[in-house]
Design a protein around this ligand. Structure first.
Ligand code: PLP
Length: 394
């Protein structure tokens, strides 16, 4: 008799986005035709940049010619893209070999798959509030989760603690949902802690491109000692609008070794067993992101979102409301005004200002009393939402 993975029964239902959509549906049924200012979305709204589109078209044409056609791609990624990404890191002072870079079809896939490298007896530390996939992927694998709550006192950037030691450590910086970014000193504490305890850090750098303060680390490999304790998972989803196109990359240094096993070799073995590579066409599109012109064009979109974030944070500054994020991240994480709970604020914003955000409680218990706005919407909606928030709480 087949026995399913019973750990699925332990997963908490994710009510967050379902509840939000139900509340919106009910509101629109009572108020048909009302325009909502949607500041809750985690998806991008700007199209792919011209350089990427050009490269995608070129790659489609390649597939039409016998001489230029590509079949299966190498499982670890096309050499042209692995080299391009390694050069991109080098331009920021991080030395990588191109075979330390693995091309993926996105960070979500990779965050789940990478757990194949770890024993099921390993424990996983999650700094909360957190992107829900970290907890869920480990619950499915039956791992023990160590929760490390963050809060306003540490700016949602907690230091490691000997009371919260685990074999796998998730760090997301710039953070979703809080928009907070670890500085080099803070990140060094985590690297030293991981090396001391033999832990491995899974560093989620999905929002690195939003960092504009050059003193802040965009990669964990800017920190001395990270090559022996970290894996970096990155994505072009928010960097270059690839949410629907799908491309990411993972860096596994050859110096990351536990019990005599090299994680880089293990991942080669894993990829060659479990994938047949990422589409040639998409990898060509991805490579265009790293050209000078591609870089310039994607930064225009990022600036557009960052200006949206500034419109929101200017409004909160005017109101004297505490928040993190926005400056080096696409998310703004605010304290709910007037001591409101996060779902209470959701209801008030929806019904009194027609503004939709994301209640912090949905990202873990310590998100209660906080609220997330995203800057991925349109400029017009963001401007109007900020005005409405000011009117409501001014
Ligand atoms: N990591 C974080 C922190 C995210 O917020 C997201 C998407 O919202 C992802 C990973 C997933 O990115 P991808 O689209 O590459 O799967």
């Amino acid at each position: 008799m087949n026995k399913p993975n019973m750990h699925y029964a332990e997963l908490k239902d994710s009510y967050l986005f379902y509840n939000i959509s139900q509340k919106i549906k009910a509101y629109l049924e009572q108020n048909p035709g009302t325009h909502l200012y949607r500041m809750g979305i985690g998806d991008v709204s700007r199209p792919l940049c011209e350089e990427v589109i050009k490269a995608l078209h070129g790659a489609v044409d390649d597939q039409a010619g016998a001489e230029t056609f590509h079949g299966y791609m190498p499982e670890q990624g096309a050499p042209f893209l692995r080299e391009t990404i390694a050069k991109h890191y080098a331009s920021r002072g991080v030395k990588l070999e191109s075979d330390e870079v693995f091309v993926s079809s996105g960070a979500s896939d990779e965050l789940g798959d990478i757990l194949d490298l770890f024993d099921r007896e390993n424990s996983a530390l999650v700094i909360e509030p957190a992107y829900p996939a970290y907890v869920d992927a480990n619950v499915i694998a039956g791992r023990k989760i160590v929760h490390l709550p963050a809060g306003r006192k540490n700016g949602f950037l907690p230091s490691p603690s000997e009371d919260a030691v685990a074999d796998i450590i998730y760090i997301c910086s710039p953070n979703n949902p809080t928009g907070a970014v670890f500085n080099k000193v803070q990140l060094k504490e985590w690297v030293d802690f991981a090396n001391k305890n033999g832990s491995v850090i899974l560093f989620d750098a999905a929002y690195e491109a939003f960092i504009e303060d050059d003193t802040l680390p965009r990669s964990i490999f800017e920190i001395e000692g990270a090559r022996t304790c970290a894996i970096e998972i990155c994505s072009l989803s928010k960097t270059a609008g690839f949410t629907g196109t799908r491309l990411g990359y993972t860096v596994i240094p050859k110096d990351l070794v536990r019990e005599g096993l090299r994680f880089n070799d293990m991942w080669v073995r894993n990829r060659t067993t479990k994938t047949n590579g990422v589409s040639y066409i998409i990898q060509r599109g991805g490579a265009a992101v790293f050209t000078d012109e591609g870089r310039r064009q994607i930064m225009e979109n990022i600036r557009y979102y960052k200006n949206n974030a500034k419109i929101l944070t200017d409004a909160l500054d005017e109101l004297g409301i505490w928040y993190t994020g926005g400056k080096n991240a696409p998310y703004v994480w605010m304290e709910c005004p007037k001591g409101l709970k996060s779902w209470e604020l959701f209801d008030i914003l929806l019904t009194k200002a027609q503004v939709v955000g994301t209640p912090g409680e949905g990202f873990g218990a310590c998100g209660e009393g906080y609220f997330r706005f995203s800057s991925f919407g349109s400029r017009e909606d963001t401007v109007e939402a900020a005005e409405r928030i000011k009117k409501l709480f001014g």
